[in-house]
Write a protein that binds this ligand. Structure first.
Ligand code: AMP
Length: 401
């Protein structure tokens, strides 16, 4: 690890600007999933124990650089208080007198949430004047928002150039998990990639085939690869215009020694819906009026056997239309295999991006994976092999705190 962590930092009495991801789902003014808030708690606890004064920086929605009450964070302090187990004050701006006054009222161990950083244009513009106005408020910058690290914004990247900086505990855990799974993994490595389309994950697939031993493709994107091989796909979701791209990825995989594995059997329906009649068919036997909505039992068994030989698994995307039962069975079956081998200690498993967390939670095995990232875009960009600006900024030679 070449980035600094908070572990050996003396933060007693210091004001920490802590960037976290509080971009939580909200319906009718209520937070419907507190996962992101809960995941910040270990860092909050550690900073409070160290006697830091904590000013929390976060964004919410896309107010596009203007004050907009619809995107105010003012509703969050009670939710933060109940998750973090400490009082959380609120400042009506993240810079200027409102922020300064709220921070000067903090005692060591106290926490204040500053208003949405995206109310200022300088946040997304990573503007130096805005970043300086933020930096003036604190002594140290701690970034715990891996999920926002693919953006070079003032509070995710810029601040690292103005203040001593370090990764928070969640950021540290994310980076360790991703490095263990992709940068220096134990072989053999299998990537399990599903989801709707290959067009949204071309760069991910291109990078993965250079790095992993096996790439198992499920979900709708498997149809495009089957189609590219000349197999029928019936009415299935299939990006026929991406067949050339699928072929190019297959060639890259072959050159890199990566074996691409496609489903050998499918769950096919004629009319889509909850608990509609379905058939288990060999992949090549799909009829013109059928749609493949999941991988079949033989594929699950074959993947289980191959997983038994693997030491590392990376997972993104569901194997079928998991939102509609029983078409979650393919995702659940493969997830259960990964969970089984992870629990027995023979495998490191890291999953994340988009619908993956929901799919693995639905499978009831999310807790049995080595690490599940709640980051969407940042996780995918990491899988693409991109350097994330927020992470790169933490890697720079650190100024002493
Ligand atoms: P993504 O965001 O690309 O990971 O795609 C997730 C979506 O892919 C989910 O909403 C699934 O319902 C959908 N999906 C998975 N398998 C299929 C399939 N065989 N046909 C159509 N959609 C699928």
């Amino acid at each position: 690890m070449t980035f600094k962590t908070i572990n050996n930092m003396d933060l007693n009495g210091k004001t920490v600007l802590l960037r976290v991801d509080l971009n939580v789902p909200v319906q009718d003014g209520k937070v419907t999933d507190t996962t992101r808030i809960d995941r910040a708690k270990p860092t909050i606890d550690a900073l409070r124990e160290k006697g830091a004064k904590i000013a929390v920086l976060a964004h919410f929605g896309r107010p596009k650089g203007a004050v907009n009450p619809e995107f105010s964070l003012s509703f969050l302090p009670p939710v933060l208080t109940s998750s973090w187990g400490c009082d959380v004050a609120f400042a009506s701006d993240c810079i200027g007198d409102a922020a300064k006054d709220a921070i000067s009222a903090l005692a060591p161990g106290d926490v204040v949430l500053l208003e949405n950083v995206r109310f200022h244009k300088g946040e997304e513009g990573n503007d130096a004047a805005f970043t300086k106005a933020l930096a003036k408020l604190g002594d140290v910058f701690i970034n715990d928002a891996f999920s926002a690290a693919h953006r070079a914004h003032a509070s995710t990247e810029g601040l690292a150039h103005f203040l001593p900086c370090a990764a928070g505990l969640l950021m540290e855990a994310e980076l360790n998990a991703l490095q263990n799974a992709l940068e220096k993994p134990q072989n053999p490595v299998m990537a399990v990639v599903g989801g709707a389309k290959i067009s949204t994950k071309l760069s991910v697939l291109e990078n993965l085939v250079q790095k992993v031993d096996y790439l198992f493709l499920g979900g709708g994107m498997a149809n495009t690869f089957l189609f590219a091989q000349g197999q029928p796909v019936g009415m299935s979701l299939c990006e026929k215009d991406m067949a050339e791209e699928a072929k190019a990825i297959s060639q890259k995989a072959e050159a890199a020694g990566c074996k691409i594995i496609l489903p050998t059997d499918r769950i096919a329906v004629r009319e889509f819906g909850e608990n509609v009649p379905f058939e288990v068919i060999a992949a090549a036997d799909i009829a013109d009026d059928q749609e493949a909505v999941d991988i079949g039992p033989q594929t699950i068994t074959n993947i289980d056997a191959l997983l038994a030989t693997c030491k590392t698994v990376l997972w993104n995307g569901p194997m079928g239309v998991f939102e509609v039962k029983p078409f979650d069975k393919g995702t659940n079956g493969v997830a259960e295999s990964v969970a089984k081998y992870t629990k027995s200690g023979q495998m490191i498993s890291v999953a994340g991006g988009g619908d993956t967390v929901a799919a693995l939670e639905n499978a009831g095995v999310a807790d049995d994976f080595t690490y599940i990232s709640t980051a969407g875009g940042a996780f995918l960009e990491w899988l693409e092999g991109k350097t994330l600006p927020g992470v790169a900024a933490l890697m720079q030679p650190s100024k002493a705190a």
